[in-house]
Design a binder for this molecule. Structure first.
Ligand SMILES: [Mn+2]
Length: 423
C-alpha cells in the first residue's frame, strides 16, 4: 500500500523523520527509499512507526479536546490504555510498579462544570472539567497538566516502610539533573551505538533511582535534588522556552506530564525506604521553567498530609537548605557566567543561613559535565546527567560522562561520603 507521506508529515518531529519521508517521496516507496539511503527496510519502518504513533497521539488529544462524541471518546479511552502508549514490556512493567496506587479525583479547582464517562460497571472511565482558562500555549500546558493531575489528585497517605530509627545527623542527597525527559536522540547523536527516547528514559530513571536507594545508608533525612531541565520542553511545541530553538522530542506533552509525575512519585516512595524524612526539590531549568512549578505544586498538594515529606515550592530559581552546620544551596546553573560567581550570590541571597553554617555547598547542573570548585567559603559542584547526548550536544562536539551521585552530608562535618552511579 502506498504511504501517504503528506498525512504523516505534520507528525514527523525530527529532521531524520522528515528526511525519511522525503526519501519515500523521492524514490517512490519505502523499499526503494531504504535501498537508495543504504539503510535497512526495518530502520525505515521504525521511523514510520514513530511518526504514526505521534499522529495517533495527536488525534487522541484532539478527540479528548473536542468533547463532543461519547463513542469517539470511549474508543479513545480504550486506545489510551492499549495502543497509544504501546510501551515495551519492560516499560509497562515499570509503569505498573510505579503507579499502582488507587488514586481518585478531587475537585479542588472548583470547576465550572464537569462531564463523566462511565463504563458498563459504573466505574469512571474518563472525566473532563470545563474551566474559564484562556487558550494560550502556557495555559494549554498547565491545563493538560491539571487534567492529568485529576486522574489521581488526592493527598496520598504513604505506607509506613519498616526501617530503623536513626539519629545519625546524616542527610542523603540524590541529584538527578538535566534528565530532559521527552528527548529523542538517534544512534549518531548519542555516540553510544544506540538511540535514546522517552520510553527508554522512563525505564532507566526508575532503575537508577532503585539502585541509588538500595546502595544508600539509612539517614535522618534525604533530599531529592531534581536540579532543573527534568523535562526537555515546556509547551505545546518542542522548543526551548527562551529562544524557540527546535528540539528533538518523541513524546507529546500529555505523555510527558504523565511520566514525569509517575517518576517523581516513584523516587519519593523509594527514597522513603531509607530516610525518615524526605525533602523534594524540583529546580527551574531553562528547558522547564513552567513545568518545574506545576510539578512542585502538584507534589506539595499530593503529600500535604504526609508529615515526613516536604516539597520546596519556590518560584525563584535559588534554593538554600540548612542542615545543622552544613548549607546546601541549589540552582540549575543557567545564566551563570562563571561557576565562581555563585560564591557571591549565595551569601547575598541567604545571609542568615550563610552566617549560621561552616560547611557550604552549591549544586548546579545545566552543562552536563562535572566541575567542582572551592572558592570564597563554598564548594560549588556542577553535576553530570544520566541522559546521553542529544543532537545539540553532538552537533557542538560536546560530550560528557553520564552519571548521577549520592552525597552524604553530616550536620557537623559537611560532606562525609559519596557514590557515583552510571546509567
Ligand atoms: Mn539547562
Amino acid at each position: 500500500m502506498a504511504i501517504n507521506t503528506e498525512e504523516l508529515r505534520p507528525y514527523a518531529y525530527t529532521d531524520r523523520q522528515r528526511f525519511i519521508l522525503d526519501a519515500i517521496d523521492q524514490y517512490g516507496g519505502q523499499l526503494s527509499a531504504a535501498k537508495a539511503l543504504n539503510i535497512s527496510n526495518g530502520t525505515v519502518s521504525s521511523h514510520l512507526a514513530a511518526i504514526r504513533k505521534a499522529k495517533e497521539e495527536a488525534n487522541i488529544d484532539e478527540a479528548i479536546r473536542s468533547r463532543s462524541n461519547v463513542n469517539k471518546i470511549a474508543k479513545t479511552t480504550k486506545l489510551l490504555v492499549s495502543d497509544t502508549y504501546s510501551l515495551s514490556d519492560k516499560v509497562k512493567e515499570i509503569e505498573g510498579r510505579l503507579f499502582k496506587k488507587d488514586m481518585s479525583k478531587a475537585e479542588f479547582l472548583n470547576p465550572k462544570s464537569s462531564s463523566t464517562l462511565y463504563d458498563a460497571d459504573g466505574n469512571v472511565k474518563l472525566q473532563w472539567v470545563k474551566t474559564d482558562s484562556k487558550e494560550s500555549a502556557i495555559a494549554e500546558t498547565i491545563k493538560s497538566a491539571m487534567e492529568e493531575f485529576y486522574n489521581f489528585a488526592k493527598p496520598v497517605s504513604i505506607p509506613v516502610v519498616p526501617r530503623p530509627i536513626v539519629e545519625n545527623k546524616l542527610l542523603a542527597q540524590y541529584t538527578i539533573t538535566d534528565y530532559h525527559l521527552g528527548m529523542f536522540a538517534d544512534v549518531f547523536e548519542t555516540h553510544e551505538g544506540k538511540p535514546w527516547n522517552t520510553d527508554i528514559a522512563t525505564a532507566k530513571l526508575a532503575e537508577a533511582v532503585d539502585r541509588m536507594v538500595n546502595a544508600a545508608p539509612y539517614t535522618e533525612r534525604a533530599v531529592i535534588n531534581i536540579l532543573g531541565d527534568f523535562l526537555h520542553y515546556d509547551s505545546e511545541k518542542p522548543v526551548t522556552p527562551a529562544h524557540g530553538h527546535v528540539l528533538s522530542a518523541d513524546a507529546r506533552p500529555g505523555k510527558l506530564i504523565r511520566l514525569a509525575i509517575k517518576l517523581v512519585n516513584h523516587a519519593v516512595m523509594k527514597v522513603l525506604e531509607k530516610a525518615e524524612n524526605v525533602t523534594l526539590i524540583i529546580s527551574q531549568g531553562n528547558h522547564d521553567p513552567i513545568s518545574s512549578l506545576w510539578l512542585q505544586n502538584c507534589f506539595a498538594f499530593m503529600y500535604s498530609e504526609e508529615e515526613n515529606v516536604e516539597v520546596v515550592v519556590n518560584s525563584t530559581p535559588w534554593i538554600a537548605y540548612e542542615w545543622g552546620n552544613t548549607l546546601l544551596a541549589y540552582h540549575h546553573g543557567h545564566r551563570i557566567k562563571k561557576l565562581s560567581d555563585i560564591a557571591i550570590k549565595i551569601p547575598n541571597l541567604f545571609p542568615v543561613e550563610w552566617g549560621a553554617t561552616t560547611y557550604r555547598y552549591c549544586h548546579v547542573g545545566h552543562h552536563h559535565h562535572q566541575h567542582i570548585e572551592e572558592v570564597g567559603g563554598i564548594i560549588i559542584e556542577r553535576h553530570q546527567t544520566l541522559a546521553p547526548n542529544d543532537d545539540y550536544a553532538s552537533g557542538m562536539g560536546l560530550t560528557s560522562q553520564r552519571g548521577a551521585n549520592l552525597i552524604i552530608y553530616s550536620q557537623d562535618h559537611g560532606e562525609v561520603s559519596r557514590m557515583t552511579f552510571r546509567p
